[in-house]
Design a protein around this ligand. Structure first.
Ligand code: FES
Length: 82
């Protein structure tokens, strides 16, 4: 079944790119072009990626790691806080 009709990209192709390491719609776009024309397929691609396993960042979040890195207060320049 086609996910992206603009570039004739199938659901299977998106899954293959995801299994090869593409974790985001942008990475799927870089690999296949899907989502780079009308954009109507991006939500479907996001949905497929949301169910796919293998994305290191997603796997870390599932394991309970912080989704966003924390920076110690001492490492932030005072000028950046003003
Ligand atoms: S359907 Fe994917 S860019 Fe148009």
């Amino acid at each position: 079944m086609f996910v992206c009709s603009c570039f004739s990209v199938t659901e299977q192709e998106v899954r293959e790119h995801a299994n090869a390491g593409a974790c985001t719609p942008r990475q799927i776009a870089a690999a296949s072009g899907a989502g780079t024309d009308c954009g109507s397929c991006v939500r479907t691609i996001q949905g497929l990626l949301g169910r796919a396993a293998g994305c290191p960042r997603r796997e870390a979040a599932r394991a309970g790691a912080a989704a966003v890195a924390t920076v110690p207060a001492a490492a932030v320049p005072v000028a950046a806080l003003r």
